[in-house]
Design a protein around this ligand. Sequence first.
Ligand code: SF4
Length: 482
Amino acid sequence: MNKDMIHEQGEVTDKLREECGVFGIYDLDGQDVASTIYYGLFALQHRGQESCGIAVSDTHGPKGKVSSFKGMGLANEVFNEKTLESLHGDIGVGHVRYSTAGASTRENAQPLVLNYIKGTLGLAHNGNLINALELRKELEYGGAIFQTTIDSEVIAYHIARERVKTKSVEEAVRNAMKKMEGAYSLIVMSPRKLIGARDPYGFKPLCIGRRDNSYILASETCALDTVGAEFVRDVEPGELVVITREGIVSDKSMCLPRKKHARCIFEYIYFARPDSHIDGVSVYASRIKAGRALAKDSPVEADLVVGVPESGNAAALGYSLESGIPYGTAFVKNSYVGRTFIRPKQSSRISSVRVKLNALKEVVAGKRIIMIDDSIVRGTTSGRIVKMLRDAGAAEVHMRVSSPPFLWPCYFGTDVPAREQLLAYNRTVEEICEKIGADSLGYLEIDRLQELTDGLEICRGCFTGTYPMEPPKEDIRGDFEL
Ligand code: SF4
């Protein structure tokens, strides 16, 4: 698979990528759950479009009988009615994935299903372990042979190994968690239990829902809404929840003091769907706040505020509300760019940005435009969009970014590229502005970030270089997959 094709998918800029979305369900009435998982994955598709999968098991049937199906592509490309009907079971996990490096193969798709002496484990994981290499070596020296190159297999093996020594699968997950360092939101399916776990820093989201007699675990609340489930609560950072016929049991022995929490702020700024709530904070409201803060800190005289779709739109509305400058729609996005979109050759006159996005001349011509986007990574696309507005007749283009400049890599599951590739690295704001060809440029102040989460503790590593935990000595990005 050509990686460029994957990177191009459905997006309009050189955006960061979320790595995965997870969904799990246990239907206590014994109904099949595969189709609910499918719609859950559909709602989480924005978190990963490269591969997806579903694994289900029958809690009344023989231990160890798991049916699974996974493949490359979007949920509606991988599954059809026939495949879903073939997946029988009242407990199950699903996963959507995007990988930053290494093989984009079917073997690396999740959920991972592992057969071992105590039965079968199904596992879906979102995040990135910073000590995966050590954990992998430890197992390999013990004779383990890995079939994939993903962290999730390392986690699954550690859980299986612990399970042999412990009385319950939850104890095994807890022991494995004690060894795992980094970011993870996990769903584990054992023959009779559904387990959810979130790393003690809370980098990645995970929530609990309920629909009739079914319990659900999902990366985002939008997936609960989609399947008609009620939101029960978020899994707390460091918490392990076990769902059985008797209900939910919580283990908070791994939780850290709140001050240590480090939610990935990009969940709020860009990754999560705006209709989701994470740890009690509305993603949409946090984007509006970012726009308002930008308007206060980086005002400019203009006629219209516009957002780069989709994630720039709410911040643009916030800017408009705060500044009083009218909000408008300047872009039309083509939403039909699929996984196999072929990037036009550089020699052709077709621009991949224009294939996906076009400016509305009627709206922008002759106007001073404030254009809001959620981030600038390499900057190539920002430059093209600024030019697109100018070509459509904009008198001025002022860019505002609803996050601070990216200066450092991320080790926790976001593919922030190497420092040298980051436009903001070694450049002043004026120099960046010149590079993208805007009339002015303003970023969100770092001090504003915590306002977006109503004071909840967040990670700021990619802006400050100060991480919530000691980063790996070498650059592990590229060695690890999710
Ligand atoms: S370093 Fe940045 S992208 Fe990575 S977890 Fe922290 S806030 Fe998120």
